[in-house]
Ligand binder design. Structure first.
Ligand code: ASP
Length: 332
C-alpha cells in the first residue's frame, strides 16, 4: 500500500499589531505592540502540521492608529500575493470590524479566503487568547470550505460584512447579531455549514492625497444637533448620523439636519437591526428624514456606514449615483 501524504498548504500571516502582538515593557505604562511575527508563527507550528505559515510583519500599531492609507496598502498586499491557499490578518480588535468590512466591500476575498483575527488578552496575561485565535484562523484560511473575508474569534467564524465588536473586555467579544456566526472551529477543523451569500462590492477607488473626512455623530434625548450645519466649515465631506431606535432624531433637530449641506447617511445607534424606512411618520422619524434626502443606512452600523460613505466620496459620486451605490451596499 502506498504512503498517503497530506499536502502542506501555505498561509500568509500578515500582522498589523494590536493586543495579539502586545506585551508589557517592564514599566507601568501598560502593554504596547511589539515585534515578533516570526516568533508567533514558530509557536503555532506544532498545532499546524499541515500548514506552512509565512509571517509578514506589515505594521506594528494599536488598531486605533491604523489609517485608511494602511488599509489600502493591506488591500494591495493581499491582491498582489500569489501562491498561497489563504491569508490571515492579525490586528487590534478595536477596529477589526472596520478592516473586515473594508476588505470585504472591496472584494479582497474574491480569489481566496482572507481571515482576520486578534486577541482580547495580551501575550503576558494569563489565559492569553491570541495563539488559540491564530491557530483557528489559520485552520479556516487553509480550509477548502472557506470563502471571502471572514473573522475568526473564540472559535467562531463570522462573515466580514456583518461582524462587530460587542464587548470591550470579554474574550468572545465579537458577534454578528442578528445574523449569527457562519461556523466554528473545533478539533483543528473549520466547520462551515453556512456560507454568506455574495454581497455587492465596490470598485477600488484611487487613493487621493487629500482623503475626504466623514463625521460620525450619535444623537440622544433632547439633542438639537446644532453642530450639524457647521460640519462643512470644518472640512467634512459627509456625515453619518446614528439616530435613536430605527433612525430617529428629536423634532427639534430636524431644522439642523436640513441645514446641513453635506450627504448625511442615517443609521441606528442600536447596533442591531436595520435602519427603518416605512414605519414612523412623526417629525424626526425615519420617513421624515429619508424624505428630506438622507441616505438610508440599511444594515450598517455607524462605523461601517462611515467607511462606505468615505469610499463612495473617494469615487467622486454624488446625488442619485451616490444614493444608488451607497444604499445598494448598505441594504445588501
Ligand atoms: N486597543 C487594542 C487594539 O485595538 C485592543 C485589542 O487589540 O484588542 O489595538
Amino acid at each position: 500500500m502506498g504512503l498517503r501524504l497530506t499536502p502542506v498548504k501555505k498561509v500568509l500571516l500578515i500582522t498589523l499589531g494590536g493586543t495579539i502582538s502586545s506585551s508589557a515593557d517592564g514599566g507601568t505604562t501598560g502593554v504596547v505592540p511589539r515585534s515578533g511575527a516570526d516568533e508567533l508563527a514558530a509557536q503555532l507550528a506544532p498545532w499546524l502540521p499541515h500548514v506552512q505559515v509565512v509571517p509578514h510583519e506589515f505594521r506594528l500599531l494599536p488598531s486605533p492608529s491604523l489609517g485608511l492609507a494602511d488599509l489600502f496598502a493591506l488591500l494591495e498586499l493581499i491582491r498582489s500575493t500569489e501562491d498561497v491557499s489563504g491569508i490571515v490578518v492579525s490586528q487590534g480588535t478595536d477596529t477589526l470590524e472596520e478592516t473586515a468590512f473594508f476588505l470585504d466591500v472591496l472584494g479582497a476575498g474574491t480569489h481566496r479566503p482572507v481571515v482576520i483575527t486578534g486577541a482580547m488578552r495580551d501575550r503576558d496575561t494569563p489565559g492569553a487568547d491570541g495563539a488559540a485565535n491564530l491557530v483557528a484562523a489559520v485552520h479556516v484560511a487553509a480550509s477548502p470550505q472557506a470563502r471571502g473575508v471572514l473573522v475568526v474569534f473564540a472559535d467562531r467564524i463570522f462573515a466580514g460584512r456583518t461582524v462587530r465588536k460587542e464587548s470591550a473586555v470579554h474574550t468572545d467579544a465579537f458577534t454578528a447579531s442578528p445574523w449569527g456566526a457562519l461556523g466554528l472551529v473545533r478539533e483543528g477543523q473549520a466547520h462551515l455549514p453556512l456560507s454568506a451569500s455574495p454581497a455587492p462590492t465596490l470598485p477600488v477607488p484611487g487613493l487621493p492625497s487629500d482623503l475626504p473626512a466623514v463625521a460620525l455623530i450619535s444623537t440622544g434625548v433632547d439633542d438639537d444637533l446644532r453642530l450639524l450645519p457647521g460640519l462643512a466649515g470644518f472640512g467634512y465631506a459627509g456625515v453619518v448620523l446614528e439616530g435613536m431606535g430605527g433612525g430617529h432624531v428629536t423634532a427639534g433637530a430636524v431644522d439642523a439636519v436640513v441645514a446641513c449641506d453635506l450627504p448625511v447617511a442615517l443609521c441606528s445607534r442600536a447596533g442591531t437591526g436595520p435602519t427603518l424606512r416605512h414605519t414612523y411618520g412623526y417629525p424626526g422619524g425615519e420617513i421624515d428624514l429619508l424624505g428630506r434626502g438622507l441616505l438610508w443606512g440599511g444594515h450598517l452600523t455607524g462605523v461601517k456606514a462611515r467607511l462606505l460613505l468615505l469610499l463612495c466620496l473617494m469615487h467622486g459620486w454624488s446625488g442619485e449615483e451616490l444614493r444608488e451605490r451607497f444604499e445598494t451596499i448598505a441594504g445588501g
